[in-house]
Design a protein around this ligand. Sequence first.
Ligand code: FRU
Length: 491
Amino acid sequence: VYAPLPVRPLLHFTPPKAWMNDPNGLVYFDGEYHLFYQYYPEGLEWGPMHWGHAVSRNMIDWQHLDVALFPDERGMCFSGSAIVDHNDSSGLFDGQPGLLLFYTAHRVSGSAAEDYEQDQCIAYSCDKGRSWQKYAGNPVIPVPGFRDFRDPKVIWHEASQYWIMALACGQTIRFYRSENLLDWSLCSEFGEHQGSHTEGPWECPDLFELPVEGGTGSRWVLVVGVGAGKDSWGSFTQYFIGDFDGTHFHNENAPDKVLLMDHSRDFYAVQSWSDAPDNRRIVIAWINNWLYANKIPENGWRGMMTIPREIRLVATTEGVRIGQRFVPELGEQRAWQRAMIACGAVDEGGQLALTMAQESIKPVHGSISFAMQPGSCVDLYLSQPEQPDLTFRRTDSGLIMSYQRAGQNGDDAFDRFFPCHFDLPIIQSQASVTLEWASDNGSLELLINDGIYSLTSLQLCQSDVVVDNMQKLMVVSGGIEITGGQTNVLG
Ligand code: FRU
């Protein structure tokens, strides 16, 4: 036993039992947020893929529903998306609005690991997602003649009046379009010599348009998962900023520029909700990495999702970037106790440890902002008392952020890739930090400087034990000025 048995998180979605990976089919319909997920209800490791299903009105409190899709003679049900067919374009809903799922059927076709084929299929529901029919005309896009062909993301493209599907194909994304959601034609392919091409396949694309905050105009964002290759970083999520004209995606950055949606290890297969109210763009990701996903400690269930996050586009000195924040529902739906962080100037050159206002409490959601003078350093202890999770240093060349995660409970043997530490320069010529965090059983999520930097990590310690010992939150040397912050603890 490497670590204490994991305790269920209080705020993060976990499956009722057994194995879970990617979020699938995110859609809002009739007051409910639907969350489907890659699910193997019979095992604790990845296996024949089903679509598990849950609904929520606030994206924090979830109600589990019956499994929506089961493997069949076409194969397993791999990842995909969902839409509301408002005007019955598909003709499957008798003139009424209905829900459609797009998924990849995955079939083994021989005895070697690479003997498989994949095609794109549909399932539909006329009862708000409570029961699902697979479409009799499946597949809607047949096997193409190469292997990795999966994870359909379907959106409505207002300007061209077409449904668009983004599909991961080897290490590129193909765009298809359709008028009736059943017949699809190929428009273009994006990705050769663009972004990151490690060994792993590209997976789980997402595509959406957002206004640039404080600026004029909008941008299209193409999000692409990069599957685990043999290198030690494993699976991660990149994104491209540019324009989508209805048939082609145009990257506005240099082709070799790699933008990351998260800089830590455990943020994968992110997807956004279709049809979210008020034009909100809300995403959720699987907190895991294919490097060790099948090996992390389990306790009858394995795998968890992030806190849902709202995505914005922020103009920076280096170009437009994604900014993330936890959905405000996180703070609204619970009985929180609030503990203000001590505010004010810290002695120049002195050392100061800020302690939590209460003892033995669980800091689940907090924020702090501070300005840093040259030479100052801040250590933040958010998950354990012995080692800071995050360090900020103001050096001559700017602000450097360091993240460190140990193999916890004195054991690094769980997986040699689990312990990690890295330094990240903050891009803007900024001398101040805003930090928001969510620390729950099994994970730590950090959003820095308007969420332009996100660090999402599994934490294998049992948080309850840690929290009992947690006195310090922050140790400062040199001059900083705290400009705001609070912690909210589940009361
Ligand atoms: C991403 C992924 C998808 C695939 C699914 C299978 O994590 O590999 O590409 O559809 O998981 O469970």
